[in-house]
Design a protein around this ligand. Structure first.
Ligand SMILES: [Mg+2]
Length: 221
């Protein structure tokens, strides 16, 4: 089925929602539990946990799987409990709601995130953004792909029954949200929040097609 409305796909962390949430769960929540379990200080636990994360690295699918890490560290807290504990850190981009509500009347909106589905769903549900999206895709959980490279975007087009030229993508990663989609013909924009804590990527390399709030995207369409 060909989709005749243009599709706008959004990255999630660092674009619609602050990247702080993931950071808190992975680099504070898990170390805190680790410190309790092994009766060591927080700093020492944090170092140990981060060192363990590095043994896999972000090129391994398991790296994104919180259940795997809780089990590997022998922690009894559940992933749901841990994700709930830090939900106050889920902060939406200030104009996301109003911009998405307007765009949703004219475009098909989707989320294309690298994060595991459990995080994506938690963040969208907590912010109330879920109803604006027709599809929610986690590269790691749904496609078993660790990066949103060219193959990810090709599969996305295929699944949406659309051509690359029917797509617009926006996200905060210079390679996986900007260069990769651009290289297959998707009109891409790099999101660079003026708030330095909103995204974990800080690149100065790309100047063209950079937007600093979602409202700017609306003007460009
Ligand atoms: Mg991102």
């Amino acid at each position: 089925m060909r989709n005749h409305r243009k599709i706008i796909s959004f990255d999630l962390d660092g674009t619609l929602v602050s990247a702080q949430y993931g950071d808190m769960v992975w680099n504070h929540g898990i170390p805190e539990e680790y410190a309790k379990k092994y009766s060591i200080g927080f700093k020492e636990a944090q170092e140990a946990v981060i060192k363990e994360y590095r043994t896999l690295g972000d090129g391994d699918l398991l790296w994104y799987d919180i259940g795997y890490w809780l089990k590997r560290f022998g922690l009894s807290v559940s992933s749901d409990e841990l994700l709930k504990r830090y939900e106050d850190y889920i902060v939406t981009a200030f104009d996301a709601k109003e911009v998405l509500s307007r765009l949703a009347t004219r475009y098909t909106l989707i989320v294309a995130s690298n994060a595991a589905r459990i995080f994506v769903e938690k963040e969208l549900e907590h912010t109330g953004l879920t109803p604006y999206f027709d599809r929610i895709i986690s590269a790691t959980s749904d496609y078993k792909m660790v990066k949103k490279g060219e193959d990810f975007y090709m599969r996305l087009c295929q699944e949406m029954g659309a051509k690359a030229s029917d797509f617009i993508h926006i996200g905060d990663h210079p390679i996986f949200d900007y260069r990769a989609p651009s290289s297959i013909g998707i009109e891409a924009y790099l999101f660079k929040s003026p708030d330095p804590t909103f995204s974990i990527y800080h690149t100065e390399e790309i100047d063209e097609k950079v937007i600093s709030c979602l409202g700017e995207l609306e003007v460009l369409l």
